[in-house]
Structures are given as C-alpha cells and as structure tokens.
Design a protein around this ligand. Sequence first.
Ligand code: ACO
Length: 385
Amino acid sequence: MTTATLTQPNGAQRIPFSKGLDGVVAAQTEISMVDGPNSTLLYRGININELAEHATYEEVAFLLLNGHLPTRSELADFNARLVANRWLPAPMYDLLRTLPRDTIPMEALRTAVSALAFYDPEIEDISIEATRRKSVRLIAQLPTLTAAFDRIRNGKEPIAPNPRLSHAANTLYMLGLSTDPEFVRALDVYFILLADHGMNASTFTARVVASTQADLHSAVTSALASLKGPLHGGANEATMHMLLEIGELENVDAFVDRAFATKRKIMGFGHRIYKHGDPRSAHLNRWSERLGKKVNQLKYYEMSLAVERAVLRHKELYPNVDFFSATLLYDLGIPIDLFTPMFACARVAGWCAHVIEQYRDNVLIRPQSEYIGPVGVHYVPIDER
Ligand code: ACO
C-alpha cells in the first residue's frame, strides 16, 4: 500500500493518502465478503464454492438483491419477472441498428443501457422497491442487448428470447449458440462466479453515482464504462488475445520471459486483494478444461496452464477471475469482443444490489484530493506569457 500524509499548502489539514485507494474501506456491505488472505469469497455469507456447485444464476441474483436464498415460490416469481422482461422496448432494436457495425460491443452496451432509461416507466423513482423492479429489468435485458447487437452487426435479425429457457441458456440461444446442457451450466457457473465482488472498480463507480441519488440506469451505465478497461473487466478479452498471440504451447515460456523482461503485464494475472490466489479461478479452470475436452480444443487450456507455471517462475502471481474465463467463453463460441459484455451480464446483479444498499443508508461519496501543485501563482496577461 502506498501511503503519504496529506499536507495542504496552508499546512492545516493532514489526511492519509493511499494511491489507488489501496487499503481504504470505502463502504460497509452485507453483499459480498472478499477475504484476500484466505482466498475466500462469500455472497451474503454463503461461500461461492457452494453456489458454484449447487445454485443457479437466478437464485444468486435473487440472493444478492434480497439478502436471502429464494423459496420455491419466490424463485418462480423472480424467474417469471426475468422472463417477462427479456424483450427490449421496440425502439431499442432501432437504436442498435443505427450503430456502426464496428462499434465495440461494450460501447454499444453502455449506450444501450443509458438509452433504456428513456423507456423505463420508473426511471426517476429511486425507492428501494422501484429499484428492485428496475434491477430485474436490467438483469433480464443485458443479455438481450448484447445478443441483439451481435446479430445486427453481423447482418442478422435478433433472435427473440425463449421463455422456456433459463437465463444462461437463453443467453446462448439468443447469440445463436448451442444450448447443450453442459454449455449452459458452464455459462451459469460463470455468471454465478462473476455476480459480485466487493468494492471493485465498477461497483465503486456504481455506488458513487448512486450516492448522488441518481437513478439505477445512470449507476449501471457508469459501471459499464468502468468495467471496460483492461485492468478490470476488459482483461478477459485481453487474455484471449494474448493466448492467440502466443499461438502455440512451445512459445509460452519465451513469451512470458519476454513479458517480464519488458515489464509487460500478463493479462488475467494478479489482483489487488487476492495475493495468494483467486477462489473463482479454480472453478473456471475446471470448467475451462471440461469445455476444452467437449469441443476438442484443449490447446488454449493447456497453454493457459503453461502460462500459469511460467508466470510463477518469475513472481508470486496467480490467475484472477478473467484468466480461465477467457478459454471458457471462447469454447462456448462467444466472440472475443463479447467477453466483457458477458462479464457485465453477470455483474449487473451485484451492481444493482450495491445501488440498493447505497440508497438504504446513503451518504454522498466524496473523497478529497491532495493538492501538490504550486500556490501563489499570478495571472499573466496573454501578451506577456
Ligand atoms: N503481470 C506481470 N506483473 C504483474 C501483473 C501481471 N498481470 N500484475 C501485477 N504485476 C506486478 C506489477 O508489475 C508490480 O510489480 P513491481 O512491484 O515490481 O512494480 C506488482 O506485481 C504489483 O502489481 P500492481 O499492479 O501494483 O498491483 P495492483 O494491486 O495495483 O494491480 C491488477 C492489480 C491491476 C489486477 C494487476 O495485477 C494487473 O494489471 N493485472 C493484469 C490485468 C488484469 O488481469 N486485470 C483483471 C483484474 S480482476 C478484475 O478486475 C475482474
């Protein structure tokens, strides 16, 4: 942790400064516990290992939003509302058709979520109940937006949501991909594992926006913007591009050696909190291997294992959530530039839960900055500069 003591030029205030807010507690939360030293992640007290084994994404989304696992009838009602909200308002399809075909999907998604606000009947209502209803709509709509944009940019008609399919199955279906039960479960587990993660950059962004009492769509639009970067959600796409660049198993060691020699970061490795390993990675590793076998394409999985070994020879760095996500999503047939939108489809449940938590006990999030510039400088007329 990089810290310094803030001393304003007037010498009056002394506030500790932490670069990147490392080690700073910015909120109290009951949603997820990220335990770095023990490489553990809990959602509402439940270990993600149990959820990845037994739960569905629908149950996890309900858990995050409501604080408890749903009963049968609560789950049936929640599912029905998700299914009913999968369709987009008609003008949204027109909007997606107007986007240039080479629009980066995360940008399309960010713009589209912002535009969904025009059609949401409760946009200005930031009560907890209205925000819960809007959350269900957004969770249901993000996969539809992603899939519809992908179809349209490829000159195809969007595929209508299928009400008989689960959230994960319907996502694959709308993308025109196989809904084989093993593929569906792989995506379901991926969605579960990425649904929330403490005060990560995009969640913090969502909470900052919510703390101004702005609406849920504003908070989620901002969170999407934050997720896009390669140091956050964009790392899954960057990981796959890196594996493709390495090309062959025998190139791995030389690639990793060169990366360390030139201080190039290995995508999908390292974490601000988990210094001894990311608990989500083991599940994603297993599913990645399973899918690799199923689609007869173990090459990238085996390269991933080799990258993991090679990185460890240089530094104690472990794969984060994005590393094995890359091969998992690739083997599902998902286009690489949709990997980060897939992350968003999962994380939207967490963002919404955090916005609700922020509204419940709101205080404007407004940290300070340490001024390190000069003082006593005077205005100089333009002809004298
Ligand atoms: N490859 C090579 N070296 C690395 C990597 C990496 N992926 N990650 C960290 N390091 C090194 C740094 O160069 C630094 O070395 P130094 O002490 O010699 O200068 C040291 O490890 C500490 O790294 P920081 O970047 O200071 O750690 P920080 O906690 O700030 O960053 C981060 C965490 C941003 C995730 C970083 O590990 C990284 O850039 N990883 C690659 C991008 C990535 O995978 N992002 C996804 C994160 S998970 C998520 O958001 C969903």
